[in-house]
Design a protein around this ligand. Structure first.
Ligand code: BJ8
Length: 425
């Protein structure tokens, strides 16, 4: 980190010893996993810098925004519409956590058989190690899976600024109406928090800003369709993870810059892996920072990851919001339409997700799909069975993985993944 931020962290109420331990593990893992890769695009230097300052400079920027009167809103799910947040002069940051922390404390509040993602978010709160969580003026929980739904009841006792958004579980007229009314309720709550009433101009600008960010990520994804992968799956995942933390305009710019570089690499046939490296699509649960376990194993087992069917990936960023509305109400409708298409496994039935996985496997020329399910995540583990069936119909080999954030199963996973990659050759 370029500066000493200890005073800032202390003022935020972080547990400095715990935080040091977390940063120590994070920076060691980053060095071993990311910086050890060969022939990385130069543009990844920006993301290396962002990660090195993820608890430093970016937090200082957020605190400066707060001093200037802007509010910070933290979210655990891609159903929280960034457009509404930006239009009301607030900043949205992702809170989903990808590492085990303070597990003994967490298991006093949550059953052991809760998914690692939920446990991690509690661990970061109980261990007082997440400056994003501590800087948030509002935290948004969403009624998605049962685990999250019930966990927010407990989280509500740990924070004093939780807004729980109800979400549909069925794609129907009533489901869409629920999403619409919840987005209206969220808009009112955000306007009350910031004291800023959303206008046609502010909402239009917000839609354009978020669309630009998504369009840059779409451009990056589409370059990964090239026969010689111009960027590793690890680096592309990192860009998708930084999507949730960075300043939107700067992020868009940096992703577009790396895309310019990747276009040149493709023209020069300069890939990050040799020709004929088996191509893998990952599908399933979100991989939040610093959960890099699976892609690291895959890409050190002779394969390259060419896409993520995930909320930290294409499921989260797939569609743009229609920007043709002329009134706030029309734009709110467009926002509802855009998010209503997210095909999270909490929906039943969820045939669109099967179609999207088939489409992605074809578009990215994947030789195989790894379905990534977090242990105890019923929605995605249950849905891994129809996913496998849908891929079998297309003769695409599938490997179903069920894991958590611990390193205990790395050896076993590596053996299974190496065997799968061998089968794809
Ligand atoms: S829209 S995927 S971000 S809910 S892994 S907590 S589902 S038990 S994260 Fe998600 Fe929104 Fe859906 Fe996307 Fe529950 Fe499963 Fe845990 Fe999960």
């Amino acid at each position: 980190m370029s500066e000493d931020y200890r005073g800032m962290w202390k003022d935020m109420g972080l547990d400095l010893a715990g935080h040091d331990a977390l940063l120590g593990v994070l920076s060691g893992a980053y060095r071993d996993i990311f910086l050890s890769q060969k022939n990385r695009p130069e543009g990844m230097g920006y993301f290396d810098f962002v990660m090195s300052e993820v608890h430093g400079l970016r937090i200082r920027e957020l605190l400066d925004e707060k001093k200037a009167g802007r509010k910070i809103i933290g979210s655990y799910c891609v159903f929280v519409p960034e457009e509404i947040v930006l239009a009301a002069n607030a900043t949205l940051v992702g809170l989903c956590s990808g590492a085990d922390f303070a597990m003994s404390e967490v298991e006093k509040l949550l059953p052991r058989n809760t998914c690692a993602l939920i446990k991690s978010s509690f661990g970061f709160k109980l261990g007082k190690v997440c400056p994003y969580l501590e800087s948030a003026d509002m935290i948004v929980g969403e009624n998605t899976c049962d685990g999250k739904k019930k966990a927010y009841e407990s989280l509500g006792h740990l924070v004093n600024n939780l807004f729980v958004m109800d979400l549909p579980q069925v794609k129907s007229e009533q489901g869409r109406a629920l999403l619409k009314s919840e987005y209206q309720r969220f808009r009112t709550a955000v306007e009350a928090l910031t004291g800023v009433v959303i206008t046609v101009e502010s909402l239009m600008l917000a839609i354009q800003t978020v669309n630009a960010k998504r369009a840059a990520i779409h451009r990056l994804s589409s370059l990964r369709k090239a026969d010689l992968a111009p960027i590793s799956g690890l680096d592309a995942l990192l860009a998708n993870q930084v999507f949730f933390y960075d300043n939107p305009a700067r992020f868009t710019d940096s992703v577009n810059k790396i895309c310019d570089e990747l276009e040149k690499r493709i023209a020069e046939k300069n890939g990050v892996f040799p020709e004929k490296t088996p191509r893998i699509l990952i599908s399933g649960c979100p991989q939040a920072v610093p959960n890099w376990k699976l892609p690291f194993i895959v890409e050190t087992s002779g394969a390259v990851i060419v896409g993520e069917e995930s909320c930290v990936g294409e499921r989260g960023t797939r569609n743009l919001t229609d920007a043709s509305g002329k009134t706030v109400d029309e734009m709110m409708e467009a926002i509802v339409d855009r998010y209503y298409q997210v095909d999270c496994a909490i929906f039943t039935p969820n045939p669109q997700r099967m179609e999207h996985i088939q489409e992605m496997a074809a578009a990215y020329k994947a030789d195989g799909v790894i379905h990534y399910g977090l242990q105890f995540c019923q929605p995605y583990l249950m849905e891994s069975i129809p996913v496998e069936r849908a891929l079998e119909e297309k003769n695409i080999p599938t490997l179903r993985i069920e894991t958590d954030y611990s390193m205990e199963d790395v050896g076993q996973l590596k053996t299974r993944i190496e065997a799968f990659v061998e089968q794809l050759r």
